[in-house]
Design a protein around this ligand. Structure first.
Ligand code: ZN
Length: 282
């Protein structure tokens, strides 16, 4: 099924790496002044999900957020992230926190001559969020006058996932990693990538920032030998779509609220975006 299941194939292109340089210049000229930088991970996701889970998820969220905002383009996802707590599992890759920060700074600095006014960061990998909170102020200072907006609401994401899964009685399966939410998201985006015969419960805990700190220091394997936090059993495409919609809304709302304090908000999307949206309806 590939991209046919996602929103990516039927709408106008927002990913700069799929555009020509003149198309990027034209889009920025017509008002696409925000660049979205998705962070992710390439790390174990239990016996049933590929290591690309968070990167595939971030790819999709970024496109959805860009289209919601209407004045944004998407930078290439930084696919490998901060995952030292998953290194006990074969295949996991991890960047040092300083490397991740340096990559974000270099991406941002590259935009200086492209005309973007705002850089938005979010992550498809919960484990990047402590690093992002730590570097947020430094990155903003380094990249000024570019406005840097770092979404760091990892707890809000977990709460949104729980609410989305609870609509079908599976809220307790949310644990933040290879759980009911992530598995459902992958079923919604790339069902052929889910080993549906391998869904088993993992370590079930109400994950919060304190628990995440313990996982980061002790390693995930100490809590969950099978690499899952939460329970993927019961995953469905409809839970996946609900999770995608909810997190898209969280990030979009945050960017709008921050952007309003940084620069005047556009009253309506630029004409080319409106035109594309009208095409999308058909
Ligand atoms: Zn994940």
């Amino acid at each position: 099924m590939g991209e046919s299941a996602s929103v990516t194939s039927t709408r106008h292109e927002v990913r700069i790496e799929r555009m020509t340089t003149s198309e990027v210049a034209a889009a920025v000229e017509q008002g696409a002044s925000t660049a979205i930088l998705p962070l992710a991970a390439v790390e174990q996701h239990g016996p049933h999900l590929p290591l690309s889970m968070d990167a595939d998820h971030a790819d999709e969220l970024a496109i959805r957020v860009a289209r919601e905002l209407g004045d944004a383009l998407v930078l290439p996802t930084v696919r490998v992230g901060y995952s030292p707590h998953h290194l006990g599992f074969p295949g996991t890759l991890s960047l040092r926190a300083s490397t991740l920060e340096a990559i974000c700074a270099d991406y941002g600095a590259s935009l200086a001559d492209s005309g973007f006014s705002t850089l938005v960061l979010f992550s498809g990998h919960i484990g990047n969020y402590p690093v992002m909170r730590e570097f947020e102020a430094r990155l903003a200072a380094e990249l000024a006058p570019l406005s840097v907006i770092v979404f760091t609401g990892s707890q809000a994401i977990l709460d949104a996932w729980r609410a989305a899964a609870e609509q079908s009685g599976h809220g307790a399966g949310v644990g933040g990693h290879a759980d009911i939410a992530e598995t459902s998201v992958m079923l919604a985006l790339h069902p052929e990538r889910v080993r549906v015969d391998r869904l088993v419960p993992g370590y079930q805990v109400e994950i919060d920032d304190d628990f995440l700190a313990r996982v980061l220091s002790e390693g995930l394997k100490a809590f969950s030998p099978n690499g899952i936090l939460g329970n993927p059993v019961g995953a469905t495409t409809s839970i996946g779509h609900a999770c995608l919609d909810a997190v898209t809304g969280l990030i979009t709302d945050y960017v709008r609220s921050r952007a309003a304090s940084v620069r005047p908000l556009r009253q309506s999307p630029p004409e080319h975006v409106q035109a594309s949206r009208e095409e999308d309806q058909t």
